[in-house]
Design a binder for this molecule. Structure first.
Ligand code: NAP
Length: 314
């Protein structure tokens, strides 16, 4: 027991140290790269329905926040959140059906008194019927230790009509500022586009990456036309993109563009589409959070740079 505690506390301080070093490195890079447009600050984009600006790099919680409270992973998540907020991040996406992710997020945010800074997106998920949706949302607020969220989304089009009406009801009651719909697979894009055109939610959350570009066809132009914010999930294809570039060097132009990792290149790719408002990569590792935040600095990619990344992954 003693040795386990000692190991835990060692890992805790090692994690804190690595987080501090990672953040210091992030700051150095941010300021060294503070050229034309950013002055070292995370870029912000406006939500079309209100004009409110949010940082372009957010974070997801699927998998990464599904950990035991008090575990080594939980300790690492404290640093992940510290780095995220210190780097200017605010937007965090979760769901009541990501096992205990809402509980973990709620606990970590409360511990660090981060609620005033956090912009929380969650979902009505896997429920059917208005009363079940209301009960789930009530529980979500308890789990997140808050009385309202910033964005409430209907997950994967489940029970869409009823749950979207409920999300709007909750918006009128002041329990959410925005409503949205989400999906994560391309087969749903056509149906999503029809729904978005008919319902005009504030947000649409969908998958988009350098190898999965279906959203460019209908979804992005439609969202631009109708003034709907786009939140991107799976910009790393749930991490699978990293195996595909394992032995590949970054393209030559990336250094001059201030890009120092494939993660930054993948996130910049998603952000370089003008319809995109925010991207929400998920990680449980402090140094990767610092890495991901760097993608929110500096200018967007040019068409040639985007094409070069597509070719590198082809
Ligand atoms: N239907 C929906 O609404 C829906 C569906 C899917 C996802 N989402 C949301 O979108 C978020 C993101 O999607 P996702 O979690 O599926 O996948 P993702 O962000 O594409 O990839 C996450 C994976 O990438 C790894 N990773 C993160 N940063 C990295 C870096 N800098 N370098 C190397 N590896 C890195 C993570 O591993 P480590 O943790 O080990 O770093 C994790 O395995 C979710 O968490 C969730 O909030 C929503």
């Amino acid at each position: 027991m003693q040795s386990m505690q000692t190991r835990r506390s060692f890992l805790g301080s090692a994690s804190a140290l690595s987080a501090a070093l990672a953040f210091a490195a992030w700051q150095r890079t941010a300021h060294a790269g503070a050229s034309s447009t950013t002055e070292g600050a995370l870029a912000m984009r406006a939500i079309p329905s209100t004009g409110e600006k949010i940082p372009v790099i957010g974070m997801g919680t699927s998998g990464s926040f599904e950990v035991a409270v008090g575990s080594e992973e939980y300790t690492a998540l404290k640093e992940v959140l510290k780095i995220f907020f210190a780097g200017g991040g605010t937007v965090i996406d979760t769901a009541p059906t990501y096992s205990n992710a809402e509980d973990v997020l709620g606990a970590l945010i409360a511990e660090q008194s981060l609620r005033p800074k956090a912009w929380i997106a969650t979902k009505l998920s896997g429920v059917s019927g208005r009363e079940a949706g209301r009960a789930q949302f009530k529980s979500t607020l308890q789990r997140l230790k808050t009385d309202k969220v910033e964005l409430l989304q209907v997950h994967n089009l489940g029970d869409l009509k009823t749950q979207l009406a409920l999300a709007r009801e909750l918006k009128s009651e002041g329990r959410t500022r925005y409503v949205g719909v989400t999906h994560y697979l391309e087969y749903a894009h056509d149906e999503l586009a029809d729904i978005v055109a008919a319902e005009k939610p504030d947000f649409l959350q969908i998958n988009y990456s350098v190898v999965t570009r279906g959203a460019e066809k209908r979804i992005f132009p439609l969202a631009k036309d109708l003034g709907i914010a786009i939140m991107i999930n799976r910009a790393f294809e749930d991490g699978k993109l990293f195996a595909r570039v394992k032995d590949k060097p970054l393209p030559n132009w990336t250094a001059a563009a201030g890009i120092t990792s494939w993660a930054q290149a993948f996130l910049k790719f998603a952000l370089s589409n003008p319809a995109v408002t925010v991207v929400i990569p998920a990680t449980g590792k402090p140094h990767r959070q610092a890495d991901n935040l760097k993608a929110g600095l500096g200018p967007d990619l040019t068409e040639d740079q985007r094409a070069s990344l597509v070719a590198a992954l082809a």
